[in-house]
Design a protein around this ligand. Structure first.
Ligand SMILES: [Zn+2]
Length: 232
């Protein structure tokens, strides 16, 4: 049950383990490391607290928060974190995946390629910008195409590492489609490589997860050929 967070003082919020020092992981390594109390605070309180702390970061950097160009930034950033960029942390926002009967008895692979997404690298909190190619071979059921986009976006909207995101998307597809025959390929640019550190702006990172029939070399080759093919 959620505590009435609006009435919590700082000490009580600390008790909720917001500092995350002795946190107990909620899930296994394949899942995003979240604490058990990850959703004890509602979104409004989260926005309020993040804005407060972001304001402090800006102040420490020496920025003048009285400037009307900057004064709204803490709240804007906090709102963007909770309601957009990190919306996919909350299981309440998981897309519902409605299945339809495979009336045509379509038995070949279906590929949706170039699904664009934006995520955030969990090591540096800067953007990961990329595209995902998703494929599956239907059994008795098929899924609406836009659901594939929504599943990609759901896992992108959280602090991520590309390898884990690839596996998370694959697992959710397998579960929702009741099919083992799923493949996910992700190609992405990491701003933490481009903007800082080695500052390489031309490299990109590719990850893949092949399951079921896609483990077979011929099926995989066919998939790669379709992905490489020019759409128009
Ligand atoms: Zn990074």
């Amino acid at each position: 049950m959620k505590p009435n967070v609006t009435s919590l003082n700082t000490t009580e919020i600390k008790k909720l383990n917001i500092e995350g020092v002795e946190s107990k992981p909620l899930s296994f390594s394949m899942e995003t490391p979240l604490r058990e109390d990850a959703f004890a605070l509602d979104d409004e309180i989260k926005i309020e607290l993040i804005a407060k702390h972001f304001k402090e970061i800006m102040q420490i950097l020496g920025l003048d928060l009285n400037d009307d160009s900057l004064s709204g930034t803490p709240n804007r950033v906090a709102k963007m974190y909770v309601t957009e960029m990190f919306k996919g942390l909350n299981p309440e926002n998981v897309p519902s995946v409605k299945l339809f009967d495979n009336k045509y008895h379509y038995k070949n692979m279906l590929i949706e390629k170039n699904i664009s997404f934006h995520s955030v690298c969990e090591h540096h909190f800067v953007p990961i910008i990329g595209k995902a190619h998703v494929a599956y071979i239907p059994n008795e059921k098929v899924v609406g195409l836009s659901k594939l986009n929504r599943i990609v976006r759901y896992f992108a909207q959280r602090p991520q590492v590309q390898e884990r995101m690839t596996i998370q998307i694959t697992n959710m597809l397998k579960e929702s489609l009741h099919s083992e025959d799923v493949a996910v390929i992700i190609e992405a640019d990491h701003m933490c490589v481009a903007m800082r550190g080695v500052q390489d702006t031309s490299s990109s990172t590719i990850t893949s997860e092949f399951s079921g029939k896609f483990i077979d070399a011929k099926t995989r080759e066919e998939l790669m050929r379709f992905i490489a093919m020019d759409a128009k």
